[in-house]
Design a protein around this ligand. Sequence first.
Ligand code: AMP
Length: 418
Amino acid sequence: MIQKIKGFKDILPEDIGIWQKVESVAKSIFENFGFSEIRLPVIERSELFKKSIGENTDIVEKEMYTFADRKGELITLRPEATASVVRSYIQNKMYAKEPERKLYTIGPMFRRERPQKGRYRQFYQINAEVFGIKSPLIDAQILLMLTTLFEKLEVLDTVTHLNSLGCPKCRPDFRKALIDFFKPVLSELCKDCIRRINTNPLRVLDCKCPSCKKAVENAPIITDYLCDECETHFFSVVDTLKSQNIPFELDTKLVRGLDYYTRTTFEIQTSLPGAQSAVAGGGRYDELVKMLGGPDQPAIGFAIGFDRLVEIIAAGQKQQEPSIDIFIAALGEKSNKMAYKWICELNLSGIKAEMDFSDKSLKSQMRKAGKLNAMYVAIMGENELNNGSVVLRNMKTKNQELVLIDNFIKSVKDKKTA
Ligand code: AMP
């Protein structure tokens, strides 16, 4: 039997309910905040990700699914959505009509990471991106939008970590201070971090390795190195969040795995058991539009790990029994034809009605109704047809009543709306 590829998964019908709920709640909140949906290709030219995410990041160095297509062009299954949204903003000249754009997109991403619970090679993200707004108020507003979504989904056990990563003006000073700090204690760092020291020293700050965690305890703090503009911006975000009672924690060790972030950065973490605690992350990327060939427009956005969010919700709720409104147990050809007509009519009017299509005995049809968790079962055999009425049984209370065949559809509809 051909099996699915490691790190990829099927989302089965019994699990889809939470996915659909999250999606519809997210869409309705995002649209209230002025966001419009955009759908983008899952494959882009490899250079888009190399240029935006950064050559010296784990994603680009180790995790991308990159292929040469038949003509030898290097293409990549998108590892994240921001680069594609930016590409589309520039390519479709969205800025020309109105530079301020609020966009969201939901879809699969691909990273060749080591699979484990909460970490997949195909995973889904819900992304929201804002272009053209420099004001720190928008940073606070998208955090308000994100926390509102988590609250609506009753995912309350979260902490928002907040930091600023400065800008191209002030970050080089911090980078240098970090390198100077780590050089004398290089031997205390893991192999990856020793390599990162010259390419991406900020990543050492959030290395999960115990020896690195210890080594960074007294490392320089980015907020001490912010230029005046970055500092004003950051404290304005902090003040707005406080004034709106949006909870957060300052986390000066928070850096993100993608190079394009500037200024405000954040991550939402949960205490769900297991190593994968980050359920959403984002921040400003004021330089990226320009860097990818567009106009000088600021931007900010976030990505929610859809799979992880679903796992948190599922862990917090008892598996909901799937249930239908009515099961029609029919015996004999004539009754079956009548039952078929009825279920179709009920289905079309929004009622979940089912029947058996394979001439099973009454006993096994009742068993099927039980499995489907039917609220009502209608029993219809030759006798009932001849008498012009069917037995309608409430499966919870076990009450039975006789319903005239001519009145059947109306009775079922009345029960549904009662
Ligand atoms: P990032 O694009 O790396 O900032 O990730 C944003 C969010 O996507 C993370 O906080 C995770 O919740 C989720 N995520 C990232 N990588 C994976 C993965 N391999 N499997 C599942 N979720 C992921």
